[in-house]
Ligand binder design. Sequence first.
Ligand code: DC
Length: 222
Amino acid sequence: MTARRAAASGVRVIAIDGPAASGKGTLAQRLAAHYGYARLDSGRLYRAAARRLIAAGGTGEDAQAAVRAAQAVTAEELADPELGTDQVAQMASRIAAYPEVRAALLDFQRRFASRPPGGAPGAVIDGRDIGTVVCPGAAVKLFVTASLETRAERRLKELREKGLDSIKTRVLQDMRERDARDRSRSEAPLTRAEDAHLLDTTGMDADEAFAAARAVIDGMCT
Ligand code: DC
């Protein structure tokens, strides 16, 4: 299924990209609920592949093993709470640099965009390359950012709420590493699509980010 056919199917796609802990996940969830659209967190596909690889004893250095893990990912495992750990996130970022891993996960994302589950009239998909590669024809594109400091604070709060003890310097370092890898890879790097609206959520809470995004989206459709 090509991106052009996905756009032609009449499904409205909201593509949200941005770095880790920028607020894009919460925003995607709220926008999907508000518009009655289906939501796909594409990072969970990469995380599911990473988790499979870790479980099989993989280190991420063998591209073929990473591709096999990506090819085996199913929709059912995307809800697995184990996908939320930093170990899985780092492995996901590492294997996401392999073009063949990205190719193996592309079809799932495009099928979701063209035929969202439950017959929803639209899809909200968040990730790193949704507006640039997965759905370049998306009706709305948002690029969500926040300062590194803000993102590290958010991530720390999230980890502590899950009962996981972490120190800020470690979270900052992990985030810096992952950002650098996601931005510098040659295939589908994290970057703002030319026609994406920039939403800097530094100093915004989730309600303010949601209101700002709705103002953009509703402004485009009236
Ligand atoms: O959004 P996340 O933190 O769950 O994503 C985990 C990793 O997966 C991220 O560091 C890079 C990769 N990823 C990607 O390369 N492309 C996407 N569309 C989504 C995630």
